[in-house]
Design a protein around this ligand. Structure first.
Ligand SMILES: Cc1cc2nc3c(=O)[nH]c(=O)nc-3n(C[C@H](O)[C@H](O)[C@H](O)COP(=O)(O)OP(=O)(O)OC[C@H]3O[C@@H](n4cnc5c(N)ncnc54)[C@H](O)[C@@H]3O)c2cc1C
Ligand SMILES: NC(=O)c1ccc[n+]([C@@H]2O[C@H](COP(=O)([O-])OP(=O)(O)OC[C@H]3O[C@@H](n4cnc5c(N)ncnc54)[C@H](OP(=O)(O)O)[C@@H]3O)[C@@H](O)[C@H]2O)c1
Length: 271
């Protein structure tokens, strides 16, 4: 096993829907990361308690399978939290869905990724827009648990799109962040949360896809803030089609890709 790979223990599991769940694992003392980064997590199906319970002994499943996972928890937490989809025929998540407290996973302790606020050079613009679909919410939850994010921006807009209300996970936790970090920076209104539910009509949520909402100005109107090449940072994470279409919409609105510290838009594709 590589020097970077450590065994971690599952400490808790939260099931949001049959296709979405979160879990926490123990955090190795030496493991450091920046909010927004991802790690490679490994599962060996034959070592899950579930397999022992069903007495499955398929040799083919006695192998380590690794996938990239964004870290949900803050860099200051004692545990590491992750938010996962279940793809029924996916090699990794068809196994990971059976996780139970006490199971062991593998963690490659080399953190990866440039979807971090450090990628933007100072002086910082005023506004941060975080646009996510599905589990692409994960890196933004980590950033929102870092006080520096709240101190560095005048407004933070979090727009989070899911197909249905039950798939809009973490809403209560986001509201708690609004209260807790909002009071720490004496501005409860700093985080503007905009839920988007695309396949149901839901009170309080927008219902169109992100690119359309941006091009029509609906998202900006809901946030009460304009997008401006000089004052805006925008991060996109999740479905690659959303990332591509939203990137194009933002460019039409005058924003530019962030390269070598300069520019507005930073992205991360999940597949
Ligand atoms: C940088 C990075 C960070 C990632 N972070 C996360 C994370 O925090 N949580 C998470 O659940 N996944 C995350 N992923 C995706 C993850 O690595 C796996 O693809 C996912 O766990 C499915 O693995 P699988 O083997 O079951 O299916 P795969 O064979 O990997 O994927 C099969 C198909 O499932 C769909 N799919 C894959 N991942 C997702 C997803 N997250 N949401 C919706 N559809 C998906 C795509 O259509 C994909 O082609 C991340 C990927 C990258 C590149
Ligand atoms: N969610 C389910 O009910 C379900 C059930 C079984 C399996 N799965 C599997 O899970 C995966 C999808 O999971 P998911 O629902 O988390 O992700 P998703 O398909 O990416 O949907 C999440 C959100 O992203 C939006 N979106 C998709 N493409 C977009 C684009 N080009 N521009 C802007 N927004 C866009 C969706 O809007 P739209 O609603 O308009 O697409 C939805 O609001 C698929 O592989 C699927 O097979 C999902």
């Amino acid at each position: 096993m590589s020097d970077n790979i450590q065994t971690v223990t599952v400490l808790s599991k939260t099931t949001w829907t049959p296709n979405l769940f979160s879990f926490t694992v123990s955090r190795p003392d030496s493991f450091k990361f920046t909010a927004g980064q991802f790690v490679r997590l490994g599962v060996n199906p034959s070592r899950l308690k579930y397999y022992q319970q069903v007495e499955a002994s398929d040799e083919a499943l006695n192998e380590d399978i690794f996938r990239a996972y964004s870290i949900v928890s803050s860099p200051f937490d004692e545990v590491l939290e992750f938010f996962s989809i279940v793809i029924p025929d996916g090699a990794f998540t068809s196994q990971l869905q059976h996780l139970q407290v006490g199971d062991e996973l593998l963690l490659n302790t080399m953190p990866f990724g440039f979807l971090t606020l450090a990628r933007y050079q100072k002086p910082l613009p005023k506004d941060l827009w975080l646009l996510a679909t599905g589990t692409g919410l994960a890196p933004f939850l980590s950033m929102l648990q870092d006080l520096k994010t709240w101190e560095d921006y005048e407004h933070i807009v979090l727009a989070y799109s899911a197909r249905s209300t039950d798939e809009l996970a973490y809403v209560k936790q986001i509201e708690r962040l609004q209260d807790d970090f909002g009071s720490l920076v004496d501005n409860p209104a700093k985080l503007i949360f905009i839920p988007i539910v695309t396949r149901e009509t839901v009170d309080g949520a927008l219902s169109e896809r992100l690119p359309k909402l941006l091009l029509e100005g609906t998202l900006q109107a809901r946030a009460g803030i304009a997008l401006d090449v000089d004052t805006t940072h925008v991060m996109l994470c999740g479905n690659p089609d959303m990332v591509e279409d939203t990137k194009e919409a933002l460019k039409k609105l005058g924003l530019v890709m962030n390269r070598r510290g300069e520019g507005n838009i930073a992205v991360e594709n999940y597949w």
